[in-house]
Design a protein. Structure first.
Length: 242
């Protein structure tokens, strides 16, 4: 499994302004491309183990009717061995209603350890993947600029199970938990942030492209609000590998 298979849609970054609602229906759309540098025409042998990452997301909230957040996430990685990669990157996440009461831009630096491997289990040949990510986050809006840095830990586990009778198709199951590591003045407090559970179908288009579509359930810990938010999300993803 290529490393891009580890990638699911990213996180809501701030409090929602739907303080009287506990449920929202959303649509998240993601394109993630990962490749070797020679795929860009850069053939320096010193870069043979390095990888590039480029990701773009668009998320629609308020029952899928309003464009609410974008994420642009580039990165540089290093292939440690057949199964394991290290990554370092940046992310920009402009966010507006209903994901936030006041529109803001979020900047992130992220570090990541990715692992994936394929196994033979009876007539099935599943690929298991783990992704551990740390984020340093800064949020600023024009009303209340902040210099506080928020630190967040994310752990993703997922499995892709090809259908033996139709190997281009597969079942995808995944879960990711988010934990704030420190309190900051722009909102987050230390502890549980959110959990995302995903179930869907994958289709391998060709050796360079795979599409996934499915349902994601997100439980989001809202600050200063007695009830958590539950999002029901239609998640569509295109993974490109070069």
């Amino acid at each position: 499994m290529a490393a891009s298979g580890l990638m699911l849609s990213g996180s809501i970054s701030a409090n929602t302004d739907k303080s009287n609602d506990n449920i929202d229906f959303q649509s998240w759309n993601n394109v993630t491309a990962i490749g070797k540098f020679d795929s860009l025409g850069i053939t320096n042998p010193r870069l043979a183990n390095f990888r590039w990452w480029m990701e773009g997301q668009g998320r629609f909230g308020d029952d899928g009717t309003r464009f609410s957040q974008a994420i642009v996430r580039p990165g540089i990685g290093y292939q440690l061995n057949r199964t394991t990669q290290l990554w370092l990157g940046y992310a920009w996440a402009p966010t507006t209603s209903p994901f936030a009461g006041t529109s803001f831009d979020e900047q992130r630096i992220w570090q990541q350890l990715s692992w994936s491997d394929r196994y033979k289990i009876g007539s099935f040949n599943p690929t298991f993947a783990l992704r551990t990510r740390f984020e340093e986050r800064w949020v600023e809006d024009w009303k209340s600029p902040s210099s506080d840095t928020g630190y967040r830990f994310r752990q993703l586990a997922r499995v892709l199970i090809p259908v033996p009778q139709a190997p281009n198709f597969g079942l995808v199951l995944a879960n990711e938990i988010f934990v704030h590591l420190n309190p900051v003045d722009w909102g987050p407090r230390s502890g549980f942030d959110q959990n995302r559970a995903f179930a869907g179908m994958a289709y391998t288009i060709n050796k360079n492209a795979r599409a996934e579509i499915g349902y994601m359930n997100q439980t989001f810990n809202r600050i200063n609000t007695p009830n958590n938010l539950m999002d029901h999300i239609l998640s569509t993803n295109l993974f490109l590998n070069f």
